[in-house]
Design a protein around this ligand. Structure first.
Ligand code: AMP
Length: 577
């Protein structure tokens, strides 16, 4: 069985295809959303998901989140005594999803389809594949998130031609893609986005406005009173969700130490107020929308369907704005946080040739312009460093395009082919992808022709061929710069290193999580209320220590009930599903 995985910035999900359609796979805690967070707890063991999220409140220096933003970059973070890259952190999340899928489906899972944003470049796609490999998964296909969302809505099942816009506002990123459906094909015509725009900005703005009313500046308060701000943010997150359902919400103001005593001041926020405060954030989604439609040479009126993806699209203002812009109600009947995983599961099922679905051709786009460095002549003088695009941004892939370049000096027998990705005229503003040399060019005057062909496949792998036109001599190069460390030996080494990281047995996940949760709540309780909780925690720890499973479970349940009561239902606040 091949599973579909949405490896998200905030949350990750796994799903599989059944005869009745795609189904989400619950994790060890029985939940379908696994926070994309990793922590190393005090005994050096790895925590993934909700356990890590709880642990982070008290030990932010031992936890990592939002590392998807650093996929493919030369980036790493120090957690306790371990240095981990974004690929390694992602592989830990994938490993946890794989273990959950194996436990749930009662079979080994070794293959997956993993989704990535449409704008992910070479490096980021390779990095995602590498994370899969490290987690013991053969990544059968890297699928673009908007394509997955459209598949989840069954867009591929009808024959009509149409233009679909996928509007994806997640926790921290905004992506918009324009898809065209025709003759059994689903094609991404264009995509655009902002990597720092999402639901969290709405929460922060709400928190900032509330602090402002109390004479505080958000940025300063974050440094001077971090406990107040982090607790207030949680209150604002709740309020934001409440405002997706009702007309007002109450926010309690925590103390400087992050506590919420019974007499904590309360502020009522009206939806209209919240929308006014956050309008500038929402209006930032217009730019990428305009860019994507422009790239696809389409107007708003040409759009037949709009699909909402990402938790933040539950906000009414988002739905209303999109409906106004496109003069039609957006599709949002599926849970916006689950659609991508569901689509990935359908694609996984198609790959596995599951007979329940018709075949489907999915085409994608090259998210950035790809090309080579060339020299321009100005008044007889050669100036290096110019970018010659070969495959234009938003060209449908797979694609193969070529351009002919010439030597610049007489008797020049070699040329250096330097590959770049980006939208700048000069290569220095673009991303260097790699270079290779072509030798054996026949001597002669300048201008000897060399044909450079770029072939970009569905997995985002770029192959470049340079052919000396006169002699037909050809040199090929596959872009592997980002695959640095992709050599089998290096991957094997990384896998070994990752194996050395100890992870709690899966059946302990719930215990770890409840313990972290209890520690966090304990910290937030006023001193005189801690005693009872302390007793419950001790009872639970003792049962775990004695490996008494029945007692552990009984104690855990009691503790959980108590924590739920104390925690104002924050963790269960998603009644809007
Ligand atoms: P995602 O990255 O798709 O999981 O989306 C996470 C974002 O969605 C977070 O910023 C959440 O605050 C936001 N979100 C989830 N549920 C709601 C809701 N009911 N109303 C408003 N925002 C929500």
């Amino acid at each position: 069985m091949i599973i579909g995985i949405d490896l998200g910035t905030t949350n990750s999900l796994a799903a599989y295809l059944t005869a009745d359609g795609p189904r989400l796979i619950p994790n060890a805690l029985g939940e379908v959303l696994t926070p994309s967070m990793v922590g190393i707890d005090l005994d050096g063991q790895v925590l993934v998901g909700r356990g890590a999220r709880e642990f982070q409140v008290l030990h932010p220096d031992r936890c990592a989140a939002t590392f998807k933003r650093n996929m493919g970059a030369e980036w790493s973070t120090q957690l306790a005594d371990k240095t981990l890259t974004a690929v390694e952190l992602s592989s830990l999340v994938l490993k946890s999803l794989k273990a959950d899928a194996e436990a749930y489906l009662k079979q080994p899972i070794t293959e997956a389809v993993i989704t990535v944003p449409a704008y992910f470049n070479e490096l980021q796609r390779k990095a995602t594949m590498r994370a899969g490999k490290m987690a013991g998964l053969d990544v059968r296909r890297i699928l673009n998130e908007p394509t997955a969302a459209a598949i989840a809505y069954g867009v591929h099942e009808t024959d009509d031609e149409k233009i679909i816009v996928i509007y994806d506002l997640g926790g921290g990123t905004f992506d918009v893609s324009v898809l065209e459906r025709y003759e059994g094909t689903l094609e991404i015509r264009a995509s655009a986005g902002e990597i720092f725009l999402g639901g969290e900005d709405f929460t922060n703005t709400l928190a900032a406005r509330i602090l402002e009313q109390r004479g505080l500046v958000f940025e300063r308060a974050e440094i001077e009173q971090p406990l107040l701000v982090s607790r207030l943010r949680r209150e604002c997150e709740l309020a934001k969700r409440q405002l997706s359902r009702g007309e007002d919400a109450v926010v309690r103001i925590p103390t400087k130490t992050g506590d919420l005593p019974d007499d904590a001041p309360r502020i009522t926020v009206k939806r209209e107020e919240f929308e006014r405060w956050t309008e500038p954030i929402l209006s930032q989604t217009d730019g990428p929308l305009r860019r994507a439609l422009g790239d696809a040479r389409l107007k708003r009126q040409d759009v037949d369907e709009v699909i909402l993806v990402g938790g933040a699209t539950r906000m009414r203002a988002v739905k209303e704005r999109v409906a106004r812009l496109f003069e039609k109600e957006p599709r949002c009947s599926l849970n916006p946080e689950e659609v991508v995983a569901l689509g990935a599961a359908i694609q996984a099922g198609l790959i596995a040739r599951d007979a329940t679905l018709e075949d489907l051709v999915v085409t994608d786009v090259a998210p950035f312009t790809l090309g080579v460095e060339v020299t321009h002549q100005f008044g007889g003088e050669n100036r290096e460093g110019y970018f010659l695009p070969i495959i234009n941004r938003n060209t449908t892939i797979p694609v193969s395009r070529s351009k002919v370049v010439g030597t610049v000096r007489p008797n020049q027998t070699t040329i250096q082919v330097s590959l770049y990705q980006g939208e700048n005229r000069r290569v220095e503003g673009n991303l260097f992808l790699g270079e290779f040399e072509v030798e054996g060019i026949p001597r002669g005057p300048a201008g000897e022709s060399i044909e450079i062909r770029f072939t970009y496949d569905l997995n985002g792998v770029l192959e470049v061929d340079a052919t000396i036109v006169a002699t037909k001599k050809r040199v090929s190069f596959v872009v592997t710069k980002y695959a640095k460390g992709l050599s089998d030996r290096e991957i094997a080494k990384a896998i070994l290193q990752m194996q050395a990281l100890k992870t709690h047995p899966r059946d302990e996940t719930a215990n770890r999580y409840v313990l972290r949760w209890a520690e966090r709540v304990y910290r937030e309780l006023p001193l005189h209320e801690r005693q009872f909780l302390e007793r419950l925690i001790c009872g639970f720890e003792e049962a775990m220590e004695l490996h008494d499973q029945a007692a552990t479970e009984a104690n855990r349940e009691e503790l959980e009930r108590f924590l739920k009561q104390l925690d104002d239902g924050f963790e269960n606040s998603d009644e809007s599903f």
